[in-house]
Design a protein. Structure first.
Ligand SMILES: Nc1nc2c(ncn2[C@@H]2O[C@H](COP(=O)(O)OP(=O)(O)OP(=O)(O)O)[C@@H](O)[C@H]2O)c(=O)[nH]1
Ligand SMILES: [Mg+2]
Length: 231
């Protein structure tokens, strides 16, 4: 098997942060451990300098014209055959410096999430409504799917190859993380957690709020009781 670690970063107009996100990837440390690192930016037709900056920083850029972070991640995963895959956002809220710790966890668990709720959050990074909502959704997910995670809505995940091969994601929007959790749990993969730092967003916020929270909650119930699309 190859020794590639791929790091997938979805972007839509993230010129204020994408450079810093890529710079933070601890490429040397990972290469010292014997891995080859590939940074893949999946861009959703940014109208700013996101693509140019990402290319200048040495990332491979894939353009996904269809809207949505979930769609971008799915496209990236479909073409991926690396040993380990990480995904994190391009707005510099997550720190790629946690990748080595998450990689360590992947030696024990097939899936790892970066937990903002177990880790540190910059003041204002997670609004109260999102903080409470995330706790509630995480609790619901744990009860329905028998998991014991602390942060359902985190955007920082790591996977072993075998897990990626076994995923069959169908969601296009905000339910990406919930769908990931559901499929991982249904397939019996154990999930490790690493406490991470969650920072305030650079660039323009596209805040997700109560409405999305309700939709995610509904999605968790629907998937459990087989309403709507299958998982
Ligand atoms: N390729 C692609 N990426 C997207 C799209 N929408 C959002 N993203 C990226 O997905 C990541 C997460 O989106 P955010 O806008 O930060 O969502 P959020 O974290 O819920 O909201 P904020 O609180 O505003 O940060 C960011 O890196 C975005 O640039 C899209 O339609 N296509
Ligand atoms: Mg964000």
């Amino acid at each position: 098997m190859n020794n590639i670690i791929s790091i997938i970063i979805p972007t839509l107009n993230e010129e204020a942060s994408i450079g810093q996100v890529i710079d933070e990837v601890p490429v040397r440390a990972l290469e010292k451990s014997g891995y080859r690192v590939e940074i893949l930016v999946v861009d959703g037709l940014s109208t700013d300098h996101t693509v140019k900056i990402a290319q200048e920083k040495g990332a491979r850029v894939l353009v996904e014209t269809r809207r949505g972070k979930a769609r971008a991640i799915r496209t990236a995963l479909e073409g991926d055959d690396s040993k380990f895959v990480f995904m994190l956002d391009g707005d510099y809220t997550y720190s790629a410096t946690s990748i080595p710790a998450m990689l360590q966890a992947l030696q024990k668990y097939p899936v790892v999430i970066g937990s903002r709720l177990k880790g540190k959050r910059e003041k204002g990074a997670l609004r109260t409504v999102n903080f409470i909502g995330n706790h509630l959704l995480t609790l619901i997910a744990n009860i329905l799917y028998g998991t014991r995670i602390s942060d359902l809505c985190t955007g920082f995940w790591g996977f072993r190859r075998e897990v990626i091969q076994n995923l069959n994601l169908t969601s296009d929007g905000f339910q990406l993380e919930a769908e990931l959790l559901i499929q991982v749990a249904k397939k019996g993969y154990k999930i490790g957690e690493v406490p991470i730092l969650y920072r305030c967003r650079a660039g323009k916020a596209k805040l997700s709020g109560l409405k999305d929270g309700f939709k995610i909650g509904k999605f968790l119930f629907d998937k459990k009781f087989h309403k709507g699309t299958r998982s």
